[in-house]
Design a protein around this ligand. Structure first.
Ligand code: MRU
Length: 346
């Protein structure tokens, strides 16, 4: 299996000495802007306000945030407080907890005068491992795609959601380079529009034939056109393979099952939460209803209207054809296979 080597011109996160720079995803697709970050507090704000987003990238960013806390104070209490602050930013993506726990273990190991430098290097290692994990998933996943395929994807599981080539979109990019992709449909993904602003931007940069769907169109397109597969990312996968991803993923999986379209999830090992038995225990982030009631600063509902804003949903394992990980493919998507694949080394 040959890993995917694709270089993106605007990395999502990069280190410049003692400072971290983050690509501002709120400014995309219009402008390329980097935000400087030199403290754990700033990193927590960047994650909470979605300047950067996407489960694997949040894990990498939290690791840098933890390291930056050690610049100010190396006391265990200060580091613990910084970790708690970073952890509270986004509750669903488990990569955040995974990154912080790894950094806290590293802090134990590296106690001493060069703690900050050593922690920054640990965060660099997490970033590089994510790049490698993405490349492996892209190569594994592309094998599932037949020649001349039309794919639907939801939210943004591309390079902007990771430090590497992306998860679900990484697979599509790799398959496109092998001449297998005819067309990609991107769901716009209300209310944050990750599909229209970010996924379409990525696909168009790669010159992959693509078109935008509003979230409600996918079932109709599956019924009226030949769709070969759905590929999505994940924010947390329970031990039984139930999968949390951006709101709308569950509905897409139901439509895929109704139309006999294979439904694939692509996620690295750091997205699995083996501490929870099934998807019912996955915390679902509830965001402000202002984000639903407005688009780009314009109100789209009567003044005083109520709304709901669960930012994620859980797709039951029975609707998932397979999960592509950096350690291999979980098929069928069940507890036994999850355990077996995660036992492998990357
Ligand atoms: O709210 P977001 O934009 O952080 O949500 C992102 C998603 O739901 C992605 O599909 C998921 O993180 C997988 S990304 C590789």
């Amino acid at each position: 299996m040959k890993p995917a080597t694709i270089r993106d011109p605007h990395p999502t996160i990069r280190r410049k000495g003692a400072v971290v720079e983050v690509l501002d995803q709120l400014a995309l697709p219009g402008r390329i802007v980097y935000r400087r970050c030199d403290s754990a507090e700033k990193m927590a704000t960047l994650i909470r306000t979605m300047v950067l987003r996407g489960a694997p990238l949040i894990g990498v960013a939290a690791a840098y945030g933890y390291a930056l806390a050690a610049k100010k104070s190396s006391s265990p209490l200060a580091l613990k407080r910084a970790a708690a602050r970073l952890l509270a930013t986004r509750p669903t993506a488990v990569n955040l907890r995974w990154g912080l726990e790894r950094m806290s273990r590293a802090a134990q190991r590296y106690k001493g005068p060069r703690l900050f430098e050593n922690l920054m290097r640990e965060a660099d290692a997490i970033r590089k491992e994510d790049i490698a994990a993405n490349a492996r998933m892209a190569a594994f996943g592309a094998k599932l795609i037949k020649k001349n395929s039309t794919i639907i994807t939801h939210c943004n599981a591309g390079y902007l959601a990771t430090a590497g080539v992306g998860t679900a979109v990484g697979v599509v990019r790799h398959a496109f380079r092998r001449g297998k992709i005819k067309m990609v449909y991107a769901d716009e993904t209300r209310p944050y529009l990750q599909g229209s602003r970010l996924t379409m931007w990525e696909l168009m940069q790669d010159k992959i034939p693509c078109a935008l769907l509003t979230d409600g169109m996918a079932a109709h397109i599956m019924k009226t056109e030949k769709i070969d597969a759905v590929f999505v990312g994940a924010d947390r996968i329970a031990a039984n393979a139930d999968t949390a991803n951006k709101i709308g993923t569950y509905g897409l999986a139901i439509a895929a099952r109704a139309h006999k379209v294979p439904f694939y999830v692509v996620a690295p090992a750091s997205t699995f939460d083996m501490r929870i038995k099934n998807g019912d225990a996955i915390p679902i982030e509830e965001r402000s209803i202002t984000e639903v009631l407005n688009i780009a600063g314009h109100s789209i509902a009567p003044r005083g209207a109520d709304a709901r804003h669960p930012a994620f949903d859980v797709t039951p394992a029975r609707l998932i054809t397979a999960i592509v990980t950096d350690r291999g493919i979980v098929k069928p998507a069940n507890r036994r296979q999850v355990k077996a694949v995660l036992r492998r080394t990357a």
